[in-house]
Design a protein around this ligand. Structure first.
Ligand code: COA
Length: 258
């Protein structure tokens, strides 16, 4: 199904592993094509409740866009590449199913941007984050200038963008870029445990949380009005009736995603 990804589905968690370890999982055209196909699968397969994105090998999550594809590009082609990357990362960000990055090493350039497009991040203690594009005479093109400011604030983001300085997992956690730091051995297990909890909740309500929280960063949407709308929508769902009834009956709710 994929040329550059490994994928497996277990207990409702679809784990996507970017699999170009000899190139530190750099994002080339094939990876983008595969990620787009994976997003179709995530949207259409009801057995997928949530998703983990990680990288293959011991060193890298994703060490950036594939720099070897850059030399032949003119200005218009570069803009098209950025647009394609942004569109795919926006699909990740706006996915109605939770998508979490398990960052297992270098998350640089497009790799940091990919991790930031996920709903949140868990990192192993060898992870390194950075936007080193200025080293190459470029700027981030897959949403990095926007999401880094959103996630860690303007001052620190400006410094990282302008200096190409890499930060380790500990600093990334202090800055709010990652939620947890684990050992390399426990990264996936820890991330799965978080998703097991989320997967036990009402899926339509989880999707409503994602949509409403994302609205904070979309100037064309009134997030408070959207929250009212989504809150109301939950009252039309079987899961809301089940959740409230289960609470009153002092039992565990059994959500169906309806
Ligand atoms: N694009 C294409 N190839 C990449 C790559 C990228 N972003 N990052 C790493 N690679 C390749 C290297 O060219 C090398 O390939 P080779 O063995 O065929 O020569 C292989 O991956 C291993 O990388 P190497 O540089 O030898 O590993 P290292 O441990 O010495 O250094 C990094 C690791 C991450 C510090 C270094 O690879 C690096 O700086 N990568 C580029 C990061 C970057 O600028 N990303 C933003 C791109 S916009």
């Amino acid at each position: 199904m994929y040329q550059t990804l490994l994928a497996s589905l277990e207990n409702g968690i679809y784990t996507i592993t970017i699999n170009r370890p000899d190139k530190l999982n750099a994002l080339n055209k094939d990876v983008f094509t595969d990620l787009n196909t994976a997003l179709d699968e995530i949207e259409s397969n009801p057995e997928i409740k949530s998703v983990i994105i990680t990288g293959s090998g011991p060193k890298a999550f994703v060490a950036g866009a594939d720099i070897s594809e850059f030399n032949s590009l003119n200005k218009e082609q570069a803009k098209a590449l950025a647009k394609r990357g942004q569109d795919i990362f926006a699909r990740i960000e706006n996915s109605s199913k939770p998508i979490v990055a398990a960052v297992n090493g270098f998350a640089l350039g497009g790799g940091c941007e990919l991790a930031m497009s996920c709903h949140f991040r868990v990192a192993s203690d060898n992870a390194k984050f950075g936007q080193p594009e200025v080293n190459l005479g470029l700027i981030p093109g897959y949403g990095g200038t926007q999401r880094l400011v959103q996630l860690i604030g303007k001052g620190k983001a400006m410094e990282l963008l302008m200096s190409a300085h890499m930060i380790d997992a500990k600093e990334a956690k202090e800055l709010g870029l990652v939620n947890y730091v684990t050992t390399t051995d426990t990264l996936l297990e820890h991330t799965r445990k978080i998703l097991d909890v989320i997967n036990s909740k009402a899926p339509l309500a989880v999707a409503g949380c994602i949509k409403a929280a994302n609205a904070v960063f979309n100037e064309s949407i009134d997030g408070f009005a959207l929250e009212i709308e989504e809150f109301g929508n939950t009252f039309d769902t079987e899961d809301m009736k089940e959740g409230v009834t289960a609470f009153l009956e002092k039992r565990k709710a059994d959500f169906k995603g309806k």
